[in-house]
Design a protein around this ligand. Structure first.
Ligand code: FMN
Length: 252
């Protein structure tokens, strides 16, 4: 029997409300998928204390003991992840932001290349685009390839609105499933190349303090994984990264 595709939906809503309802609908409509919904509110997630230990010496040295690694391991096991949040005050929820902060060392040492994702935000009127774009921008740094950003307005809760939202979410979720099934190989974008070179250079400059990054980058050549990068594209990315590193190091 063929292995079931695994999709993990991470819901940043503090309750089983509008955002959860749409994820539950997607789960019901995709019985062939091993579809799990993680309500962040039902996990133990502590506030980041800002000690920088995860970035400098490694995430295994984080002083907090909570469910961070349990969620990250589920993301690694899944073929695709849906990052879903309600829009609160024109941004992602505080709970989703807490998850972002607890895992943000992964932006330094990305491990989710080859994994596909969807950003989804519900709102009552305005701001879902900001929440959605934030999710996409942030988790792209972890290596995820975002298939789409799905903004859903839940204002009247009329049958028409609910039907429209469900149809839209289902369409975008199908796109995610199709992309996973197509086994599309992921080509690094120019921005990712620049970021790679910035982080690699800084890991050398900061190696006395930040040895976790140094260890991670020291044997990596042109990118996070083996991929052929056109010569000129690589050189330009390295040149831009060099200028950015200079700006960072000289505070200009
Ligand atoms: C504290 C708070 C702030 C909100 N801020 C916004 C907002 O800035 N823009 C908006 O369109 N809706 C806003 N809403 C409405 C929610 O985004 C909307 O109802 C959403 O679908 C709620 O999802 P949930 O049931 O999963 O919490 C806000 C709701 C709350 C509770």
């Amino acid at each position: 029997m063929a292995k079931k595709l695994k999709i993990l939906a991470i819901c940043g809503s503090p309750h089983r409300g509008n955002t959860y309802e749409i994820l539950e609908f997607l789960k019901q409509r995709n019985p062939e998928i091993d579809f799990r919904i993680f309500m962040l509110s039902e996990f133990k997630l502590m506030d980041c204390v800002g000690c920088y230990t995860c970035v400098n010496t490694g995430e295994e040295n984080c002083p907090l003991e909570d469910d961070r690694d349990l969620i990250i391991n589920a993301m690694k096991e899944a073929d695709g992840t849906i990052f879903a949040s309600p829009t609160y005050a024109r941004a992602i929820s505080a709970l989703m932001k807490k998850f972002v902060e607890r895992t943000s060392y992964i932006a330094h040492r990305p491990v989710f290349f080859g994994k596909h994702a969807l950003a989804l935000a519900t709102c009552a009127g305005f701001g879902a685009d900001l929440a959605c774009n934030y999710l996409k921008e942030h988790f792209t740094q972890y290596g995820f390839n975002f298939v789409s950003c799905t903004e859903l307005k839940v204002a009247t809760k009329s049958d028409f609105e609910t039907g429209h939202n469900r149809e839209k979410a289902l369409r975008e979720c199908s796109k995610l499933i199709r992309t996973i099934r197509s086994c599309e190989t992921f080509k690094p974008s120019f921005d990712q190349l620049v970021y790679f070179n910035i982080f690699k250079s800084i890991s050398v400059l900061n190696k006395m303090k930040g040895w976790a990054d140094y260890r991670f980058y020291k044997d990596k050549k042109d990118f996070y994984y083996d991929v052929k990068i056109p010569f000129l594209k690589n050189k330009i990315a390295q040149w831009i990264a060099g200028k950015e590193v200079k700006k960072i190091m000289t505070n200009r």
